[in-house]
Design a protein. Structure first.
Length: 132
């Protein structure tokens, strides 16, 4: 019985796999889009997914900033280990795939979480992450 209870607890605490077909594709990134502003502006309300398929949340706002970085504000999915309900992620366009009204980002969920404690540094490049 204890094994069943711990398994059920682990399943409820595990991050959700995205219920979408979008995956990060390094050959199809925001960097290759002619009109990045229109492309990223069209995704409000879609999902944000990490390269390992973890659903981070739903996009509240998205844009391109003055430094030509994608700015994605999302409502963080319940059950993730992030401190805050809203994540503001600033990421290079080479690390963003936009498709089907959603976004997939490179890094993985673990790399993204680790980057918070490392000043935004991760294997996919620098990130700026803030929470509200």
């Amino acid at each position: 019985i204890a094994l069943i209870a711990s398994t059920a607890l682990a399943l409820t605490a595990a991050p959700l796999l995205a219920d979408t077909d979008i995956t990060f594709d390094p050959m199809n990134t925001l960097a290759g889009k002619e009109d990045r502003v229109s492309t990223i502006s069209a995704i409000n309300g879609g999902d944000v997914v990490t390269s390992d398929g973890i659903l981070l949340g739903q996009i509240e706002e998205s844009s391109i900033n003055a430094d030509d970085r994608a700015v994605i504000q999302s409502d963080v999915e319940a059950g993730l280990r992030y401190d805050g309900d809203t994540m503001l992620l600033m990421i290079d366009p080479e690390n963003v795939t936009v498709a089907e009204g959603s976004v997939a980002v490179e890094p993985t969920n673990d790399e993204l979480y680790a980057a918070i404690g490392q000043g935004g540094q991760n294997s996919a490049g620098p990130l700026e992450i803030d929470f509200k």
